[in-house]
Design a protein around this ligand. Structure first.
Ligand SMILES: *[C@@H]1O[C@H](CO)[C@@H](O)[C@H](O)[C@H]1NC(C)=O
Ligand SMILES: *[C@@H]1O[C@H](CO)[C@@H](O)[C@H](O)[C@H]1NC(C)=O
Length: 398
């Protein structure tokens, strides 16, 4: 992430003499309170009651007692903790996130956000009263800045904007006013799904209700993001995309905009394309060019993205595994629609090799990844089903 100000603005404790004084005052106040508590409730001390650790009601109480004991230990060193007492008061909360079991639960910060904060003032006053509740991420090059600017303008202040720069040209975006409040991530020649897997973990973007993960070559003249979200909510779509208009042929019929309606969830494909009218590509299906995920569906889809299959081909056919029933919760919004400009971008960023052009090389990898994704998924499903079957046959034997 761009961090131009790191050196000049890093907090320097030694420059703030007042803090030392405040700390002393706070410590003194703590000692006095601890002393008063100690003399008013002497019988409450857990160590004196000598409970075995297994019947302690809650770890929180242990924690509070711990604080009190520390203070009284400061007051009179003779009453200090014995090493056995220290073990007695150890925090261990199995329901905490993995690895954080030794921390008091109410202190654990398991989730994060992309909200920008100030370096001064009170932390509670850093954020606007209405915090952004949606997120849009574009994977961009500098060449497409005009189109990205047009896209960003279709997203209100209720959106956090994330730009993944695959050509390393980040600061050039500063010509746009909104760039200052955007999150810029710059890693050369990586794909949208590579970035999404690494920088959009569901716990990191937990406050956002909807997540747009979009390509850079979409025309948005007929699109408004707030209106789009209203429709998505109204029709119960967990995974969606705007309808697409394109001068060139469209690969999958379901993505094509149907004028005059708000939303569609299924279409007729060419004969033989769909085994079942409720299955992709006839239903339960959108493309990976301009997907929109609800918070819950993204939690599942993020887990489905394979670290090495960076082009994301095949992902669209598997999205239906993340929502139930897929043919009702996956759909296309027709009344807020986009134009696919089909400008070759990242596909031109490969390396010519073995007599194949850069474009050919990338294309081949896309197709190979699609096969690999499908194979991996079906093998994993079979493995799981086999394990389930053998477990249940074992249990019926006994
Ligand atoms: C942002 O969200 C708030 C609260 O839901 C809403 O009142 C407001 O109209 C939204 N802003 C825009 C520009 O739509
Ligand atoms: C079921 O039993 C077989 C043979 O006893 C054993 O190899 C296998 O691990 C068992 N499976 C499970 C899930 O317990």
């Amino acid at each position: 992430m761009a961090n131009r100000t790191e050196n000049s603005l890093r907090c320097s404790i030694s420059k703030r003499p007042n803090d030392g004084f405040m700390l002393l005052t706070a410590t003194f106040a703590g000692i006095v309170i601890g002393f008063l508590l100690g003399i008013s409730f002497p019988t409450l001390s857990l160590t004196k009651m000598n409970f075995p650790s297994s019947i302690l009601p809650s770890v929180n109480i242990v924690h509070v007692e711990d604080e009190k004991l520390e203070k009284s230990a400061t007051l009179s060193p003779s009453k200090g903790l014995k090493s056995s007492d220290a073990a007695f008061h150890k925090i261990w909360v199995p329901s905490n996130p993995r690895g954080a079991e030794m921390l008091p639960p109410s202190f654990v910060a398991a989730e994060s956000d992309f909200y920008l904060r100030r370096l001064w003032g009170l932390p509670k006053d850093d954020l606007p009263v209405v915090k952004p509740k949606y997120l849009v991420a574009f994977t961009v090059s500098y060449e497409q800045r005009k189109n990205i600017n047009a896209c960003v303008k279709k997203f209100s202040d209720n959106f956090t904007i994330v730009l993944f720069h695959y050509d390393g040209r980040t600061s050039e975006y500063d010509e746009f006013e909104w760039s200052k409040r955007a999150i810029h991530v710059s890693v050369p020649k990586q794909t949208k799904w590579w970035y999404a897997k690494r920088f959009l973990h569901p716990d990191i973007i937990a406050p956002y209700e909807y997540i747009f993960i979009w390509d850079e070559d979409l025309g948005v003249e007929n699109f408004d993001a707030e209106e789009y979200i209203k429709l998505v909510k109204k029709h119960g779509l967990e995974i969606s995309q705007p309808g697409v208009e394109s001068r060139k042929p469209i690969t999958w019929q379901i993505t094509k905009r149907i004028p005059g309606i708000e939303v569609h969830k299924e279409v007729k494909e060419k004969p033989g394309h769909c085994k079942d009218p409720h299955l992709p590509p006839c239903a339960g299906f959108i493309e990976i060019m301009a997907p929109v995920f609800s918070r819950d569906s993204w939690r599942c889809v993020w887990h489905m993205i394979q670290n090495d299959l960076v082009h994301g081909w095949g992902l669209d056919f598997a999205l239906r595994k993340c929502v139930e029933p897929a043919h009702e919760k996956i759909g296309v919004v027709d009344s807020q629609w986009i134009i696919h400009q089909k400008i070759p971008s990242l596909t031109g960023q490969g390396t010519a090799q073995n007599g194949k052009s850069a474009f050919q090389g990338v294309r081949e990898r896309c197709k190979r990844e699609w096969t690999m994704f499908q194979k991996r998924m079906s093998r994993s499903e079979q493995k799981y089903l086999k394990e389930i079957a053998s477990a249940s046959s074992n249990s019926t034997l006994t």
